[in-house]
Design a protein around this ligand. Structure first.
Ligand code: SF4
Length: 369
């Protein structure tokens, strides 16, 4: 049997509280019975899919807040993964952590269960910005979590940062970057704030300062490059060889299975999403299948790939969703080249600086409906 999945995503939907800017699916639920049912279903869905979860390149445990699981819950969760999933030799196994809920014992358990990459939600090192974001984690908790993770033997660590926050000045962002760089990590994610619908922040503010956000985006690349950190995707920077394999493969259209409420999956043809409701997911609500013609799917995959600095090798474009998109979409590629959103070299098509900054314009060129 051909292995349908390249990687696995697991969604842990529990948070201590809901941050004011966040629209990821999560709940504040500490009821034992719900959490036990959630963990049981994760285990049984992994078991059911185990024949397809062989020799995977990566596992990513995101949320929500995976580190919010208690030690016994985390033990059960990781045992379920290790019982039903096998990984390649050069695998990547990432877990998202909140500095306020990770402990040394949890870090040791993660390490001993094969986790080899951690991603910490820091968002900002300044109290002013964290308070606008409704982020309760403190800078000292971040310092302590990172020190512990390094001491316990994790080397591959990311922190997430956010810029373009209302009231945040360029000097504040510069301070955030300087502080983040002082940790000397191999990976940083720096996201421009989006005021997402149905968030507390979107009720308080109607827009962000786009010009200031572009200045912050430029400053990020400038400051990170001094530490050998290269932008490899719009919001992601790494030292050589330390990019997030899991996310990179998803941007490049590789298949993945997502398990947990709100998790999405892609098998190379179809995309489907689990319901954004923990109780309904536990009750067995069927996923929503997003079936669209191969040409539309190929367009979607290609526009995602143009979020990466290296774009597409021409040979890769010869077979996307069963289509030779290099010829099928050649007019679109030529238009994007004329608009200076992408450029062509011998072997590849890559986004320009403008193409990265205006990724939405690149994506719109591939919407056919
Ligand atoms: S930002 Fe992270 S910790 Fe805050 S609500 Fe969203 S998932 Fe939970």
């Amino acid at each position: 049997m051909v292995n349908p999945y390249h990687s696995l995503y697991l969604h842990v939907p529990f948070c201590q509280n809901i941050c004011d800017y966040c629209n990821l699916y999560s709940v504040v639920n500490n009821e034992n019975s719900t959490r036990t049912s959630y963990l049981g279903l994760i285990n049984s869905q992994l078991k059911d899919a185990s024949n397809s979860l062989v020799n995977l390149q990566s596992i990513f445990v995101g949320g929500g807040t995976p580190s919010q699981l208690t030690i016994p819950e985390m033990k059960y969760f990781l045992k379920s993964v290790n019982d039903h999933v096998t990984l390649r030799g050069d695998y990547e196994f990432s877990v998202e952590c909140n500095p306020s809920s990770i402990t040394d014992d949890k870090l040791k358990l993660l390490r001993d269960s094969g986790v080899n990459r951690l991603s910490f939600g820091a968002q900002s090192t300044t109290r002013k910005t964290r308070s606008v974001l409704g982020r309760r984690t403190s800078k000292s908790q971040l310092d302590q979590a990172l020190n512990s993770a390094l001491n316990i033997g994790f080397e591959n660590i990311n922190i997430d940062l956010i810029y373009g926050v209302p009231g945040q000045e360029i000097e504040d962002w510069q301070y955030d970057l300087e502080t983040a760089l002082s940790y000397n990590l191999p990976h940083y994610s720096a996201y421009s704030l989006i005021l997402e619908e149905d968030t507390v922040l979107a009720e308080k503010f109607s827009s962000v300062d786009d010009e200031l956000a572009v200045d912050m985006y430029d400053l990020t690349a400038e400051m990170l490059s001094t530490k050998d950190l290269r932008r490899y995707e719009i919001s992601n920077y790494s030292k050589p060889g330390k990019h997030c394999k899991h996310n990179y493969d998803i941007w490049k259209g590789k298949s993945y299975l997502g398990i947990g409420p709100a998790a999405t999956s892609y098998d190379g043809e179809k995309r489907w999403s689990q319901i954004r409701d923990l109780e309904k997911w536990i009750a067995g609500h069927a996923p929503e299948i997003d079936e669209i013609p191969a040409k539309d799917r190929a367009g979607e995959v290609i526009s995602f790939g143009f979020r990466t600095v290296d774009g597409w090798q021409k040979t890769e474009l010869e077979n996307i969703c069963g289509l030779n998109t290099l010829t099928e979409f050649s007019d679109i590629f030529q238009d994007l080249i004329k608009s200076e959103l992408i450029y062509e070299d011998n072997n590849s098509l890559k986004p320009t600086e403008q193409g990265l900054l205006f990724a939405d314009s690149v994506a719109e060129a591939f919407i056919f409906i």
